[in-house]
Design a protein around this ligand. Sequence first.
Ligand code: EPU
Length: 316
Amino acid sequence: MNSWFYWERSIRRLMRIRDLRIVAKLAEMHVDLQPGTPLAGLTSLGIGGKTDLLRIKKHESLPDLLNLLDENRVVYKFLGGGSNLLVGDGELPWVVLQLVRPEPDVVLDGNLAHVDAAADLGRMITLCAKNDLGGMEGLIGVPGTVGGALRMNAGAYGMQIGSYVREVRLYRAAGRKLEILRDDQISFEYRHTSFAPDDMMLAVILELPSKPFKEILQGIRICNEKRRSSQPLGQKSAGCIFKNPPGASAGRMIDELGLKGLSVGDARVSDRHANFFVNAGRASAKDMLALIADVRERVGKTYGVSLENEVVVWNA
Ligand code: EPU
C-alpha cells in the first residue's frame, strides 16, 4: 500500500461534518445536525461511541442529502429505533441519519394503516387495536420503530410484520431514487428481507384484519405475560443476539451449556433468557463482541452449529 492510501484512510476515519458550507446546506435541506452525539443514548443496549447525528425532517431531502454526503466523502448509516443494534466504541468513522417522526405518523383508512417508518412499533399496534385492527398482537412488546421492524421482518409468537405489508415506500441509495415496492416485490423471511443494506425505509401501508378491540387486547395481554415471564425486559439488551438455527433454539442451546450469567466486563448472558445478552452496567462494544464470540464458539464446539447474529453490528 502506498502513502496515499494511508493518508486517504486516515482522512476518512476522521470524517465529521465541520465544513460550514455543508452545515448551511444541511439546514436548507431541513436536516438537523447534532454533532458528537453519543449513540449509547440512542440504542437499547446503551452501548456506542460518538458521531454526528443528522435528523431528517423531510423524506424528499434524501436524494440531495446523500449526494452532498457522497460528494464530501462522508460515510453514513441509517438508524431506526436502535433496539436491535450493537454500535462500536469511541469516535465513530461515519455519521448517522435518522428520520424525524412526523405528526400524525399513522393514518387509518378502512383496513389499511399508512405508517411512517419512524413511528414507534408498539404505539402503532395499540392505535390500530383501538380502531379494531389486529393481527400484530405478538409484536406488542418489541421495542423499536416500524421501519426497523420492517427491515428485519420482526416477528414473535407465530406472526411477523411482513405478512401484513401491502406496500413500502423507501429510498434506494443504489439507484438514488425514492421508490414504492408492492408486497409481491419484497421477500420476507425469518428475520430477513430482500431489502438492500443501504435501502432506507420511509413508510409502509399495512393491511390488517378487523377484530374487536377486546379480542385484540386479550391477545396482547397473553403475549405480554409470556414475554414478561421469559425475557429480561427491565434490562438493557438488543433482544435476541442470535437467530435460531433451523429447527433449534439458540437460547435453549446456550442455556443447556450452563452459560447464563457468563460475563465479559459488564456484558452478560441474561439469567432469564440465554439468547439475551444484557449490558449490566458500563459494558463496551468490545466486551459484548467478545461475549458473542465466546458463546458462538462454545455452541459451535458442542452442537456443531455456527450461530448467526440477529443483532446488527456497526463496528468502527
Ligand atoms: N429456552 C431455554 N432457556 C432459555 C431460553 C429459552 O430453555 O434461556 C427454551 C424455552 O423454554 C423454549 C425454547 O427454548 O422451549 C424457545 O424459547 P422462546 O419461546 O423464548 O423462544 P426463542 O426461540 O428463544 C423467539 C424469538 C424471540 C421471540 C420469541 C417469542 C428468535 C431468535 N427469537 O425466541 O424474538 O420474542 O421467540 O416468539 O427468533 C428477537 O427477535 O429479538 C426475539 C427476542
